[in-house]
Design a binder for this molecule. Structure first.
Ligand code: 13P
Length: 392
């Protein structure tokens, strides 16, 4: 199961002077193309789910496929929620299976950006989730992704970055040094000396947004100055688009699936080019050996209730309780079950799935869980056992 901690993956790249590719997943064709690219060149890879794209697909429907692709891969994978705009959306992404969140409050005033990011870091770190903050502003210029990033470019200040990193506790920092989201207009000028100062001041891995349109040499210099993750989407959308247009131009007839046949390969080719160029090719084995696996855990309670409790009363206790604990960050799902055998030792089961061991520890001490357990559940229990389980 090569899902790994995102911060371990990025730190490995940072220590070894390469950058992991973080590619926007727009649909299943993108997902397959990106995964094939990573497998072909044995590179670690980040699958980015971009919040502003959720109008185009059902996030909760796509995520099981993204998770399945990661789990069956032979290369290390992390799943990142990109450009999340609120704590609620970060919690939603964690619940859906992302093990990294990027907080996009960089258009706000410095102090507001700092407080909102810190709040999300505090919540996410209790679940072991990696958090990327952004300081400065990377605007959109042209292309599908550009309209989600209105406004003017604002460069990241090294002096502000130190305080921001220290006070928020982010694991990596997205910086603005001249890149833009979407296609470039003209040749972008990148401020490498600013980047070097930010690197020296913060000493954490840096992230580039707006990878589309940069030259090979620009990528090399960004990586040489501390960039350990590169976000890339528009160029993948453009090659996918071109593949469809070329098919239509050459074939007046043809069904829906024939139209899309070239998309996966076009995405694969472009993603593979990037992964090799950014230095991730051939790194999969060492990343797998050196990064902690990312693993869900389950908290199970088997129980019997007191004989005076009616089915309706039990259902009401469990409904209220499961609503309370479902809102705890890091809880992925809750199921209640009843035994099939009438002579079984326990008649009922409560099964809580959590995103990680860290999330389980924080769940055990969470006030909502304690309230449910001590005030509502314990008084009606006859006997019970609890077990915490992980996959081996
Ligand atoms: P591009 O679309 O410019 O490649 O940028 C992608 C990005 O930064 C997503 O966070």
């Amino acid at each position: 199961m090569p899902l790994v901690h995102l911060s371990d993956m990025i730190n490995h790249a940072y220590r070894h002077n390469y950058a992991v590719g973080a590619f926007g997943v727009a649909n299943l064709h993108f997902l397959e193309g990106i995964m094939q690219a990573a497998e072909n060149c044995r590179a670690p890879v980040v699958l980015n789910l971009i919040e502003s794209h959720f109008d185009n697909y059902d996030f909760e429907l796509l995520m099981p496929a993204v998770t399945a692709a990661a789990r069956r891969a032979a290369v290390p994978v992390a799943i990142n929620f990109d450009h999340g705009t609120s704590r609620a959306s970060a919690e939603r992404a964690i619940r859906a299976g992302c093990n990294g969140v990027m907080v996009d409050t960089s258009a706000l005033a410095f102090s507001e950006n700092l407080w909102q990011t810190r709040d999300i870091v505090t919540m996410a770190h209790t679940c072991g989730i990696t958090v990327e903050g952004e300081l400065g502003y990377v605007p959109g210029v042209d292309g599908e992704n550009a309209r989600n990033h209105p406004g003017e470019l604002a460069y990241t200040s090294a002096a502000e970055a130190v305080g921001y990193v220290e006070r928020t506790g982010v694991d990596c920092l997205a910086v603005s040094v001249g890149t833009v989201h979407g296609r470039m207009k003209g040749v972008p000028k990148l401020d490498y000396s600013r980047l070097a100062k930010i690197r020296e001041a913060t000493a954490i891995p840096l992230v580039i947004h707006g990878g589309t349109g940069l030259s090979d040499e620009q990528f090399r210099r960004l990586i040489a100055n501390g960039v350990a993750k590169i976000n890339y989407y528009t160029a993948l959308a453009d090659v996918a688009d071109r593949s469809i247009r070329e098919y239509v131009a050459a074939n007046r007839k043809g069904g829906h699936s024939s139209l899309l046949t070239g998309v996966r390969d076009a995405v694969r080719e472009e993603a593979e080019r990037c992964l090799r160029l950014w230095g991730g090719g051939g790194r999969a084995a060492e990343v797998l050996a050196q990064c902690r696996p990312w693993q869900e855990v389950e908290h199970i309670m088997l129980y019997n209730v007191s004989s005076t409790l009616s089915e309706i009363e039990l259902a009401s206790v469990m409904r209220e309780g499961t609503q309370l604990i479902a809102a705890i960050p890091g809880v992925r799902g809750i199921r209640t079950r009843q035994t099939i055998q009438s002579d079984g030792k326990y008649q009922h089961c409560l099964l809580v799935t959590l995103v990680s061991q860290a999330a389980l520890e924080s769940y055990h001490h969470h006030p909502a869980q304690l309230r449910f357990s001590h005030k509502a559940l314990r008084p009606v229990l006859a006997d019970h056992i609890t077990l915490d389980m992980e996959e081996r």
